[in-house]
Design a protein around this ligand. Structure first.
Ligand code: SAH
Length: 226
């Protein structure tokens, strides 16, 4: 999979993609993440990527020309399955959406800033708009990092124990059961006996029961679809 992220602040993305699972996924060649600096596509001498809004009002709007030039150049090199704009009014990111996006070949992710992008970008270049939650961030970079993390960890081979991603919360519409590690007893707080029993079938049964109970208690609406 290849992900091209278009941003005016490329350095904001260095850290999320430079460590741990996302870094290893790139090193293993399972995903290619290419961060594109939108300023490189600004055609005036000030390298401006934003301008005042028509009609007045507060805040700046990201200009259509640099974004058009950038996306069109990327498209001359390969075809893209989706051109995504991170936006608080987009479709809410959830696990089924991450699952679906993880099966794609090439995607572009556009990060907004200021008041957002000129509407003509959304009308003519964007195929999908995604929100990571009902709140407003100052820029799309952190949202893009969240989206990409949720996608990349699902690509086969990225997480070494490949059953691990499938046993996370929301896969199967169930929250994850509680987990424990050593010591088996701390300050008198004991790990459930069944987990120490070595009896795989009983452990699976216990985990399913607790996942169901936790889902019923915390997110009952997830069980309605089952
Ligand atoms: N004026 C816009 C918000 C702009 S916030 C509005 O009210 O809808 C600036 C940028 O941050 C957006 O263009 C978007 O790329 C990003 N952003 C902010 N909140 C986000 C969210 N919840 N999900 C995804 N992207 C978000």
């Amino acid at each position: 999979m290849r992900i091209d992220i278009i941003t005016v602040l490329p350095e904001l993305l260095d850290s999320p993609f430079g460590h741990s699972i996302l870094k290893r996924a790139q090193q293993k060649g399972l995903v290619e993440v290419n961060v594109v600096n939108l300023r490189d596509y600004a055609d005036d001498k000030h390298k401006s990527v934003d301008d005042y809004p028509f009609g007045g009002g507060a805040g700046m709007v990201m200009k259509v020309e640099p974004i058009a030039a950038c996306i069109e150049e990327l498209k001359t090199q390969r075809s893209y399955d989706e051109v995504i704009y991170m936006s608080p009014d987009g479709e809410l990111l959830d696990q089924p959406m991450a699952n679906r996006l993880s099966t794609l070949g090439n995607i572009i992710v556009l990060c907004g800033h200021y008041k957002g992008v000129d509407e003509r970008v959304r009308e003519h270049f964007i195929t999908k708009e995604i929100s990571i939650g009902n709140y407003v961030l100052s820029g799309g970079e952190l949202a893009a990092a969240v989206l990409c993390d949720s996608i990349i960890r699902l690509i086969p081979g990225v997480i070494s124990d490949e059953t691990s991603a499938l046993s996370d919360s929301f896969q199967d519409n169930l929250l994850a059961p509680p987990v424990y590690t050593r010591p088996a007893e701390f300050r008198g707080w004991k790990v459930p006996e069944v987990l120490l029993s070595g009896h795989a079938a009983n452990i699976d049964k216990w985990r399913l029961e607790l996942a169901l109970a936790r889902t019923k208690e915390r997110r009952p609406e997830l069980l309605k679809d089952k």
